[in-house]
Design a protein around this ligand. Sequence first.
Ligand code: ADP
Length: 268
Amino acid sequence: IRDRAFPIKNELGKIVRVAGIAEDITEIQKIEQMKSEFIGIVSHELRTPLTSIRASLGLLQAGVYDKKPDKSKRMIEIAAIESDRLVRLVNDILDLERLESGRAVLEKTLCDATDLIQQAVAGVQAIAKQQNMTFDIHTTEAQVLAATDAIIQTLTNLLGNAIKFSPPDATITLSVQQQIDYVLFGISDQGRGIPADKLEAIFGRFQQVDASDSRAKGGTGLGLAICRSIIDQHGGQIWAESTVGVGSTFFFTLPKNREQEERITNDK
Ligand code: ADP
């Protein structure tokens, strides 16, 4: 707490009272510190692929591989992969910033939970097929009030991770269950699992179980932070449960569409 005191004097110049403004600077300082930490990490994350692109181009430019078409091709490949990574990073950073600053207005409409799951699965089907993975879908009829694109983005991120961290031939299970106050979504994988002490941390920005995870698997380290922000804005919750070596389940809830339920009861 920072106190700013103003002496209040009477006509004779004698201090009769002290007025004060107490400002919670610890909170402001914390936010400032988080901001500069974030900028530090972002700069590093952006600089790494840029340095690699510049190095590849430099070698090509200097003619080092002029007589080695295979090597030249490899340099171009590296530059292309790193450019894609930069695009993903910038998109994720902007998405997260828009969500956290409240500038992204999530327009919610009534939608069918199974439809959302099916759309997300369709989007990752091609990658899953390459690794011979299958989806097992268990859903019940459930309507949610949700921003369709944002929830599909959440499901796609979770499915992408389930695929990335599972061995080939694995099965990924998706479920939708009706609970008293909300609809519960679950995405289970048969991957390597997540240690208990990391289950909460991974929802933070650029947090990974192994320092090399994002880079090795082509992620950005922002996926789960984006998911959490989207689910927060729906008034839901998102968390993970896992057994190392067996697999992980990511759950999220969306509030039930009470309006519709009320309408159904009133119509009876
Ligand atoms: P990334 O782009 O690195 O995947 P995320 O925010 O989506 O970023 O995930 C953060 C980290 O959480 C990952 O790097 C990985 O260490 C861990 N993780 C996420 N999903 C899973 C999963 N299904 N199985 C095992 N580890 C996971």
